[in-house]
Ligand binder design. Structure first.
Ligand code: GLN
Length: 304
């Protein structure tokens, strides 16, 4: 399989789709990102990398961070986590408040905002300096020590993040946050602000395709069982209320963010990241989803 040729072909075919999505503007700092950016990076379990377009340009990973914080929280508290957050698709927008009320403050899954706030709360309770721990973990997974938070993006979201503030306070009222909402929101806005590129992200996710093993160090990140658990939640909850459409078209476990990035993994074969800032109505990259659909169709490789 010539992966590089396939990526080059996708890069050409995707051009008309780049202008069809809408760049996120509810976080003012993200509104400035040019819609025509497009990058893609593939990492294979045997250690090869193929990239195309703006694959080495940093963008805001936003909700892709929820995949890393879930991995950390699962390592810390194991199955006890599921007393505080579910693992079913929500069928609602990622920032919805209503479901949380009639489900008594237990978020449907760790990838919607309410669920991710609970996960961040777990990290705050277990680490003296959760922001440093999250950053160390991502630097370790990616093998890139230069990765950092983007304070302008974090501040921009903090200034305008009324809905996330409402969610955090609502969770607290249901006693599903152990720490103060302000503290949880501060860590959450920072984790979402992480600036990474497609290559870093594909690299960071290779453990999910490689039975829990990274390419950068010997230690196992997740056991085979944990890896299966995380990939299953990615498949069923990773792309919000269009998770069914994503599974139908792409056929891989994946996680998106409103910065326009999507990571996806094919167990035993590869991890892949695509970036295109224009989003569809569910908040997933429109051209990014199309590019992944082209990739799994052209290669004939998906989990199905
Ligand atoms: N920081 C964003 C928010 O909370 C992340 C959402 C996303 O990427 N889907 O709204």
């Amino acid at each position: 399989m010539n992966y590089q040729d396939i990526l080059n072909e996708i890069h050409e075919e995707i051009q008309p789709y780049l202008k069809l999505g809408k760049v996120a503007s509810y976080i003012p700092e993200l509104a400035n990102v040019p819609y025509e950016k497009f990058g893609m990076s593939l990492h294979t379990v045997d250690g090869k990398t193929h990239s195309v377009g703006n694959a080495y340009e940093n963008f805001s990973i936003q909700s892709i961070s929820k995949l890393f914080t879930l991995t950390l929280a699962k390592q810390l508290v194991g199955e006890k986590l599921w007393a505080r957050v579910g693992r079913e698709p929500s069928g609602n927008p990622f920032n919805s408040l209503v479901q949380l009320e009639y489900e008594n403050g237990i978020p449907r899954n760790p990838f919607i905002n309410a669920g991710a706030l609970v996960i961040t709360d777990v990290l705050i309770s277990n680490f003296d300096n959760p922001k440093d721990k999250i950053l160390d973990f991502i630097r370790l997974l990616s093998g890139n020590k230069d990765i950092n938070y983007d304070p302008d993006v974090a501040l921009s979201e903090n200034k305008t993040g009324y809905l996330n503030k409402a969610l955090a306070n609502f969770l607290k009222s249901f006693k599903n946050l152990d720490n103060e909402p302000e503290q949880v929101l501060d860590v959450y806005f920072n984790q979402c602000s992480l600036a990474m590129n497609c290559c870093d992200l594909a690299n960071s996710c290779i453990f999910l395709a490689n039975d829990g093993r990274s390419h950068h160090f010997d230690e196992v990140i997740t056991t085979e069982k944990q890896t299966k658990y995380i990939n299953s939640i990615l498949l069923t909850c990773g792309t919000y209320d269009s998770v069914g459409d994503f599974a139908y078209r792409v056929g891989l476990p994946g996680k998106s963010g409103v910065g326009g990035g999507i990571v996806a993994v094919m167990p035993d074969k590869f991890s892949i990241c695509v970036w295109s800032p224009g989003l569809n109505e569910s908040g997933n990259s429109l051209a990014g989803t199309k590019a992944l659909e082209l990739f799994t169709t052209m290669t004939g490789i998906s989990v199905f």
